[in-house]
Design a protein around this ligand. Structure first.
Ligand SMILES: Nc1ncnc2c1ncn2[C@@H]1O[C@H](COP(=O)(O)OP(=O)(O)OP(=O)(O)O)[C@@H](O)[C@H]1O
Ligand SMILES: [Mg+2]
Length: 359
């Protein structure tokens, strides 16, 4: 057996045995060869694939444009690495990790496209995301319930007690020591009243449900400045209107958590907050010029603030960034889509990695 034959046999053996689905594509994007794993994954035999395009066989109709865009990147030499949905011969869908790369034209083959079935991982990711969304909703509902209970029930009772101690008992007190004791009781109730109102506001300000994002932020920022002595420069534009309640809640929580982080960690006495609505997104930016931190170093930290903000934005299909350098402050930005936020079960994401190191 000559050397060439041996190498050809080795290649055939590799294609036969590899657990990855492989399709070799020739001129005009027609399939030249597929391996047994391709047949197992997508249901098409080598015969059925011959002189057909991968797009017509396995790309769902709504993803044809995206697939064409990826192909256009591969031909100049980029390696395209993408998690997508593909379609089997029987019409069922499969989540795959698809890696496409150009190869030197040998026997008319120009491209190699490999697929690995990641359906199980994708489904558990989707399940986890749905669970995370459910937990966040339950958490907000519980906070809303407790805030209402404190504000309406306990607050009302304390108001009643204030009135009773003030107008009623104080005037009926027959001695000065008795009046002094009642005065003390009144000041305890006053303090309690403020604490209950603050607690209720921290849990979930009533403005957020009844009046919207802007009144809730204005109230929160005013209370924050009073409590922390940190001056907040608040710029806003186009947010004096109602948004989807999931967007309003996420935006409020992001500003709330970022301001809390400033007070706890940054060491500054002023912070900038900007919130503005564009045509398709609600944009948030909080920046301070404090001690800063290295974002990658806090990835595994026990804190849940940054993680929670990121998760809220991800569930709405938005973009979230943390930029910070030690000693040079921190900037948090979020873009929340205003159109059609995903429902409880977000669609599988399509993410692409382009590796342009290959020639
Ligand atoms: N504005 C900031 N300036 C300086 N360091 C910050 C700032 N924001 C966050 N950090 C750093 O990032 C870490 C993680 O923040 P994160 O909000 O996730 O957790 P935490 O604030 O420590 O705890 P939690 O928010 O769960 O109560 C903080 O512990 C702090 O070291
Ligand atoms: Mg925090």
């Amino acid at each position: 057996m000559n050397d060439l034959q041996e190498r050809s046999d080795l290649l055939d053996e590799l294609l036969e045995q590899t657990p990855q689905s492989v399709a070799l594509i020739g001129a005009d994007n027609l399939i030249v060869q597929v391996n047994p794993e391709f047949t197992r994954l997508f249901g098409y035999t080598q015969e059925e694939c011959r002189d057909r395009t991968l797009h017509e066989l396995i790309v769902p109709v709504e993803l044809q444009d995206a697939a064409a865009a990826f192909s256009n990147l591969v031909l100049p030499g980029h390696r395209v690495d993408v998690e997508v949905e593909r379609q089997r011969k029987d019409g069922s869908r499969v989540h795959v990790l698809s890696v496409s790369f150009r190869i030197k034209s040998v026997g008319g083959v120009r491209l190699c496209v490999t697929h690995r079935d990641i359906t199980r991982r994708k489904l558990s990711e989707i399940g986890l995301r749905a669970l995370s969304a459910k937990l966040m909703r339950a958490h907000e509902t519980e906070r809303r319930r407790l805030a209402c209970e404190l504000h309406d029930e306990i607050g009302q009772q304390l108001t009643g007690l204030q009135v009773l101690l003030g107008r009623g008992l104080y005037h009926q007190a027959t001695s000065e020591p008795m009046q002094t004791r009642i005065d003390e009781a009144r000041s305890i109730v006053d303090n309690l009243f403020v604490r209950v109102r603050n607690l209720s506001c921290d849990l979930r300000p009533v403005e957020l449900d009844h009046l919207g994002l802007l009144p809730a932020l204005l109230t929160h920022i005013e209370r924050y400045s009073q409590r922390t002595a940190i001056q907040v420069s608040f710029d806003h534009h186009g947010i004096d209107r109602r948004f989807d309640s999931r967007v309003e809640t996420a935006a409020f929580r992001i500003v709330q958590e970022s301001l809390t982080n400033c007070a706890r960690h940054s060491g500054v006495d002023r912070v900038n907050v900007s919130v503005w609505a564009a045509t398709e997104t609600l944009n948030i930016r909080i920046d301070d010029r404090g001690c800063g931190f290295v974002p990658t170093e806090v990835l595994g930290s026990r804190g849940s603030g940054i993680f929670g903000m990121r998760e809220r934005v991800r569930l709405l299909g938005g973009l979230f960034t943390v930029e910070s350098v030690k000693t040079a402050g921190a900037t948090i930005t979020a873009q929340l889509p205003l159109t059609d936020p995903p429902t409880a079960e977000p669609a599988a994401s399509t993410h692409a990695n382009l590796d342009s190191t290959r020639g």
